[in-house]
Design a protein around this ligand. Structure first.
Ligand code: TXA
Ligand code: MG
Length: 322
């Protein structure tokens, strides 16, 4: 089992020697390694069982430090950074040679963010290198939003989990890249609502397939997914066709007739999308551990954080290939 604690110095020493450490962020827990050290990076892929064509996000604590490993920070990126960092936003920038190919899967772009978590910001300020960190879950499974989630799944593979309490946002960062004209475009829905980004850069184009494209066709299984089959559907209409005692319900804000109450979870009884995002992954895990045959889920309103929640629900429901 991994040691769980709040000791930044211990985390820093482990990371400097090429080990991986789980770190808290406001979005989800990350599995961190020294972004300049191929040993640390390789260990991340190994621990997560992650295919090496899937690039990692690099975390650091200031714009000045970012200048050490990118070619330039265009004005639009600077505007976004000043308004929204530290926060659940990742920017794709031109990397320089100091970032190993393994971090970016060979791309000339590196994904960068300054996370908004006090403990992790202290750690990032204390070390000389940035941290590459994917979500700290086995590849394809639900992302962890507290230290215990990491312990349950990767505890035997990581020496240390930095415990920063439950993740405040609960859903991964929004990823923004820039097209050949320098216009911002969306690569992944996430914890920063698009409306907040559009206030700064104007209307956004979508480039959602670029981040998802399975570069080895047939090899990507569903993502953010529980082991129990999850069906995104009209819950009320589907319940009558199910074995009620073996059916779970993951609803936005209400309970349904026809399935025992203990098999049902609402994301936010008041219909608050922030609360729903915060609860999403822990609720999916909870239902996944109940020995059910199927989980019936529904989409939430498609505005603000709702876009990111619906994206995760759709991917959790995708047919498994592996
Ligand atoms: O909130 C988050 O972003 C969390 C925390 C730990 O910071 N991290 C996270 O990492 O969600 P991960 O590995 O689960 O997702 C990283 C995704 C990749 O799957 C890919 O879609 C995109 O970021 N990405 C990373 N580098 C990229 C690049 N160079 N070009 C395009 N997409 C990239
Ligand atoms: Mg992930």
């Amino acid at each position: 089992m991994a040691e769980i604690g709040r000791d930044i110095d211990r985390a820093a020493v482990l990371l400097a020697s090429g080990k991986v450490v789980a770190i808290p962020t406001e979005t989800v827990y990350g599995l961190a390694g020294n972004a300049y050290d191929v040993n640390g990076i390789s260990r991340i892929f190994e621990v997560k069982d992650r295919p090496s064509f899937n690039p990692l996000i690099v975390h650091t604590s200031s714009l000045n430090k970012i200048r050490n490993f990118v070619k330039e920070i265009p004005q639009v990126a600077r505007d976004l950074a000043e308004a929204l960092w530290p926060g659940p936003l990742t920017l794709l920038l031109q990397r320089n040679e100091i970032i190993p190919d393994l971090v970016t899967a060979g791309s000339h772009l590196v994904a960068v963010r300054i996370p908004n978590h006090p403990l992790t910001l202290d750690l990032l300020s204390a070390i000389e290198f940035p941290l590459a960190a994917p979500s700290a879950n086995p590849f394809g499974y639900i992302s962890p939003t507290n230290a215990q989630h990491v312990q349950e799944q990767l505890g035997d593979k990581v020496p240390y989990i930095l415990d920063g309490g439950p993740s405040a946002i609960g859903i991964e960062s929004t990823i923004i890249g820039f097209d050949e004209y320098g216009q911002a475009e969306v690569y992944r829905f996430g914890g920063t609502p698009l409306e907040e980004i559009e206030e700064i850069v104007g209307p956004l184009n979508m480039n959602l397939n670029a981040a998802r494209k399975p570069q080895a066709p047939g090899m990507l299984k569903s993502h953010y997914a529980p082991n129990t089959q999850l069906l995104l559907c009209d819950i009320a209409a589907t319940i009558p066709r199910m074995n009620a005692n073996k059916t779970g319900v993951l609803s936005f804000n209400k309970m349904y007739e026809g399935v025992p109450a203990q098999n049902q979870r609402t994301l936010s009884i008041t219909g608050d999308l922030h609360e729903a995002a915060h609860e999403l992954f822990a609720t999916m895990r909870d239902l996944d551990n109940m020995g059910l045959q199927i989980i019936l889920a529904e989409e939430v309103p498609d505005t603000g954080l709702g876009k990111a929640i619906n994206d995760r629900l759709r991917r959790a429901a995708e047919t498994r290939i592996l």
